[in-house]
Design a protein around this ligand. Sequence first.
Ligand code: AMP
Length: 412
Amino acid sequence: MAFSKFGLSPAILEGVKAMGYVDPTPIQLRAIPLIVAGKDVIGSAQTGTGKTAAFALPILSKLGEHSQATRVLILEPTRELAAQVETAVRDFARFTNLRVAVIFGGVGYGKQMDALRTGIDILVATPGRLLDHIEKGTCKLDKVEHLVLDEADRMLDMGFLPDVRRIVERCPRKRQTSLFSATIPPQIETLIKWAMHEPETIEIGARRTPAETVKHVIYPVAEDQKSDLLRALLDRVNYDSVIIFCRTKHRADRIAGLLKKNNHAVAVLHSNRTQREREEALAGFRNGRYEVLVATDIAARGLDIADVSHVINYDVPQHPEDYIHRIGRTGRAEAVGDAFTLMVAEDSQHVYSIERFISQKIARIKLEDFTYNYTALFEEGKPGQPKGYERKVKGVRLSGGYFFGPARRKKR
Ligand code: AMP
């Protein structure tokens, strides 16, 4: 089915065409007709599925012409995501006279106030800074017709739910509300009951399935060889751009320093960096100046970074959902990508949880020509092992065994 069948306005269809979208993604197929019909929608599609267009296209289409009042409010958990969604909305709306602005913390108020004064149709914002503007009287939400709560589970994780509630209370009761969340924990369930009206729920694929285009593998390794293995991987893998996830800001800085010493062009993204540094890192990574981006989870959540060929989990994520989010950076919108996870002995429980979560065993791989120190992980699944790797994940028998890879060598 083509976009033209949704009943979107001609100007928005033109915007879609200019973006180069030909076929709607599954979430777009399901969400657009519901939002066009005026329904409240809960979308539990993972990031990279095209969810921004799924809510933005029908909403923009309904707005029609520019008016002085803010009729659309899109809440995002991080400034990077807010900036990214604003850019997407601006792109979709480029053949309309609708005005878009973005509001987030960490930067001055001046430009944001100027933008708000000019009359904004669509506001993309993070909760804290938006509340500041509301309290200063520089922003009003009493004309909001469409409210989008994006990445709601991450807003919960970051402690923003009380702010979100205060913001929702400022919006008119009569409105259309959409909520997107990879998972629906009880607090989000409560928010849904309170903020939404007879919502329709859309689940795209299993909520827990990583993008099918991602090939993911685990590299077991002894703790003291992690950084050596990472460097060896980067040397041998034929990557275009790679994001490396670390557990802490400190580890991210350390790994970035190490790779810089090895002549990699590296950018770092974590919450201790200034807004300017983060923007520079992202812009440089997007335009190819940096081939490697080292990031923590919060900083990188949901960011749309095109053409990431590889994701490397330098540290195993502590929460299975984060695994899905991290590897969602690659294999986005049908492109093929690889995701590698370095695993040390203490990670075993986390890895089992991830495998249970995604109902899939992740292959263990050893890097060819790399001299490994011994780790008990190499004993997994061998017959007679007392704490072997023989487990069942939803009926899938897990056994050990390694193969060597990756076969592809770096060409450049
Ligand atoms: P999102 O999940 O909204 O962050 O989108 C992920 C990526 O998919 C973005 O780069 C979008 O521009 C792209 N995208 C979204 N919808 C489509 C579509 N129908 N066809 C091709 N690419 C798309």
